[in-house]
Write a protein that binds this ligand. Structure first.
Ligand SMILES: NC(=O)c1ccc[n+]([C@@H]2O[C@H](COP(=O)([O-])OP(=O)(O)OC[C@H]3O[C@@H](n4cnc5c(N)ncnc54)[C@H](O)[C@@H]3O)[C@@H](O)[C@H]2O)c1
Ligand SMILES: O=C(O)[C@H](O)[C@H](O)COP(=O)(O)O
Length: 373
């Protein structure tokens, strides 16, 4: 079996070398002629998987080690009978960690009390539910908009997009879609954005293109900069609008899902799906393929308040300002490859669930935000 794999996918040698010959390639520059005689294509979100790439090749199966599938022409694959799997939920915890760490950063830098804020979430899939469940477990008031969902998870109320947009903290987790009954492309634009009021926070870690950046920049100026903005995904990747990035409290290069475990789980899920597709037996175990964390246990100072304790705990495992500072430094070089460079050489972080934080009073709250029990 001839396998072509994105060079930025972890553990490919370890899991797939027993199944065939692997050639690594830069996912963004894969072409039809490079994959002519391949049987399997292993990709990430930067490869446009469509007729142009696949027509006339011998590819029988495509695995994308990602949650999002907007880079894949699913209808075409179905039409020509090429097997496909993505990795649903693989980095949902990582994205939830990113959302909460960003709020911890906003608490320490702007005194944003995220624990007493109202929360609005767009999209109630694996990521949206994970984020919503953490807030609900902390006792926050959570409203979610998802036109394809009728039942909310415990502690979460379903509401309209307008209702969600009135929340103190709005977190976007819808996929990018252009078709269907409720396409999400440019879904949050002019009228909705103009309802934003001073002090509100927007976190965009789903896909760029769901929120209109120009309208948001205009509203930001009209409110004299009194919005908190956390952006991980951009309308124009890999060349994001740096004027948009400049007004963000946290600006990162599409790495919300880049925990060590999240990326490894993506490859692991694809390995399992491929084995099932070709009728092969699964030889590797989950615990050989997905790392444990580097810090097992931390003790928090008992004198700290609840919000300070939770915020400090999160930042001790992952501080997104690290990635935001690096983003501004590297992107300012003006090179078109900067965005991909930041992602390729990302210093991976561990998920909260790999570490136990000890605090006599706030143990349960720490578990609610995702730390190990
Ligand atoms: N920044 C990152 O690193 C990162 C990481 C993982 C996922 N993502 C993005 O986040 C998206 C969501 O991830 P997920 O795991 O929850 O996906 P999912 O497929 O499990 O769920 C998506 C949910 O969004 C809902 N939805 C669809 N259209 C909508 C609309 N117009 N308005 C509101 N909700 C809508 C669906 O009904 C579904 O419940 C992915 O599609 C991906 O694009 C980004
Ligand atoms: O959809 C996803 O899973 C994420 O957006 C993913 O983290 C994107 O990472 P990439 O595939 O671009 O490396």
């Amino acid at each position: 079996m001839k396998i072509i794999a994105d060079e930025n996918m972890p553990n490919v040698e370890k899991l797939f070398s027993a199944l065939g010959d692997i050639t690594f390639a830069n996912g963004r520059s894969l072409t039809n002629s490079m994959i002519k005689d391949a049987d399997v294509l292993l990709v990430r979100s930067v490869t446009k998987v469509n007729k142009t790439l696949l027509e006339g090749t011998s590819v029988k199966y495509v695995g994308s080690a990602t949650i999002g599938t907007d880079h894949v022409d699913l209808d075409y694959l179905k039409e020509v009978g090429i097997g496909f799997n993505s990795a649903p939920g693989c980095n949902a915890d990582a994205v939830a960690d990113y959302v909460f760490s960003s709020l911890a950063h906003l608490y320490l830098n702007k005194q944003l009390n995220w624990l007493t804020s109202t929360i609005g979430i767009v999209g109630q899939g694996n990521v949206g539910q994970c984020v919503a469940a953490r807030f609900a477990a902390l006792g926050c008031s959570v409203v979610a908009y998802d036109p394809y969902t009728e039942c909310a998870i415990q502690g979460v109320k379903l509401g309209s997009l307008e209702e969600v947009m009135r929340s103190d903290i709005i977190s976007l987790h819808a996929p990018l879609t252009y078709t269907g009954q409720y396409p999400s492309a440019d879904m949050i634009q002019g009228d909705l954005i103009n309802t934003l009021q001073p002090g509100q926070t927007i976190i965009s870690a789903g896909r760029g293109g769901v929120i209109n950046e120009s309208a948001l920049m205009e509203r930001y100026r009209a409110l004299n900069g009194k919005l908190n903005l956390v952006f991980d995904v951009w309308d124009q990747e890999p060349t994001p609008n740096l004027s948009m990035a400049a007004i963000c409290d946290i600006a990162t290069p599409h790495i919300a899902g880049y925990s060590k475990q999240g990326r490894e789980k993506g490859t692991w899920q694809i390995y399992n799906s491929l084995c099932e597709f070709f009728g092969l037996s699964v030889k590797s175990r989950f615990y050989d393929a997905v790392s444990s964390g580097s810090i097992e246990e931390l003790h928090l100072n008992c004198e700290l308040s609840r919000i300070e304790s939770l915020s400090r705990a999160m930042l001790s495992i992952y501080d997104p300002s690290r990635d935001s500072n690096r983003f501004h430094q590297v992107m300012s070089s003006g090179s078109v490859s900067s965005f991909d460079w930041l992602r390729k050489y990302y210093v991976e972080r561990d998920e909260f669930n790999t570490c136990k934080i000890i605090h006599p009073k706030y143990q349960q709250a720490l578990t609610s935000i995702g730390f190990s029990e």
